[in-house]
Design a protein around this ligand. Structure first.
Ligand SMILES: [Zn+2]
Length: 302
């Protein structure tokens, strides 16, 4: 019996050695959202071992870490998070890890005078920074710098990947601007479930109104729904949008309020706000998600 136990222990040790040798030399990177995971994968490529805590359809404002997540975070060499209180329920964990773990909060690294202030939100700034492509390019640079610092040997690869990705992001911006230009200015009113698109609106010239605030943690009240339904009627807004990481009922309540006042507003589609789509789909990448959102918005409001 003892021999069998010993054999089992030896096998287990061997198995775990094999596992760590497969990862050997690769930097272990963990991201909070899958938006950041896509970015880090574009820069790190096959030189890193990457895990994301949140997948498609997951709301970062409400996300709580599981035990498995905590051990992933403690085993990581670098952690990338959105910061600016985007991951509202993970703030305590990150504070506990301060000084022990290399945690890079990309949103907090941007110059604060370029951010949109929000007095009612915990960080005082709107954290949905990735909807300005120029800011996402800065995220790419931050990720490149941090990966290169932690893993100098592969710094050239990270720099080359970054250069390629920056060019693709520039192409994306040119493309979406030309799509947006087909929509007359007076029709550029974007009504969504929560306030995730302020940076998008500021950068690409849309008036943006969210039913819930910056965070989904506060539910919209009856008065918010009534006020926004009047706004939709007054401005003759043709369509409003649900979000993949927020329950549909918030926007459906708004649509019902407009209908009850004998006006019509369509649900123009589902936008990706705080999470990308499923892996392997177009919308599972930042670039595909952005293109999808802009096409959905422009087609519905035309
Ligand atoms: Zn959000």
């Amino acid at each position: 019996m003892k021999k069998i136990i010993l054999l089992l222990i030896t096998l287990t040790v061997f198995a775990s050695c094999k596992n760590s040798s497969e990862e050997n030399g690769k930097l272990k990177v963990v991201t909070t959202t899958n938006i950041l995971a896509d970015l880090v994968s574009k820069i790190g490529g096959d030189k890193i071992s990457l895990q994301s805590l949140m997948g498609a359809g997951v709301d970062p404002h409400l996300y709580k870490a599981s035990e498995g997540d905590v051990s992933k975070l403690y085993n990581a060499d670098i952690i990338f998070c959105g910061g600016l209180h985007l991951e509202g329920k993970l703030v305590d964990i990150f504070e506990k890890m301060q000084g022990k773990k290399n945690t890079v909060s990309v949103g907090d690294r941007l110059p604060h005078d370029k951010l949109i202030s929000s007095a009612n939100f915990a960080s005082n700034y709107d954290p949905h920074v990735w909807f300005n492509i120029q800011f996402f390019k800065q995220f790419a640079q931050i990720v490149t710098d941090e990966l290169s610092k932690a893993d100098e040997e592969n710094a050239e690869t990270y720099a080359a990947n970054n250069k390629k990705y920056q060019a693709k992001l520039d192409d994306l911006e040119t493309e979406i601007k030309s799509i947006i230009n087909t929509l007359p200015r007076e029709k550029r009113i974007l009504v969504t479930a929560h306030d995730a698109f302020n940076y998008f609106g500021k950068a690409y010239d849309f008036e943006v109104v969210g039913l819930q605030g910056i965070s989904t943690a506060t539910e919209a009240g009856v008065r918010d729904v009534q006020k926004l339904s009047d706004f939709i009627i007054d401005n003759d807004v043709k369509a409003i949008f649900v979000e993949s990481s927020v329950p549909r009922r918030t926007i459906e309540a708004l649509q019902a309020a407009v209908l009850s006042k004998k006006h019509k507003v369509e649900i123009g589609g589902s936008l990706y706000s705080d999470a990308l789509g499923n892996p392997g789909t177009e919308e599972g990448t930042y670039i595909g998600m952005f293109r999808y959102n802009v096409n959905t918005i422009v087609n519905a409001l035309k």
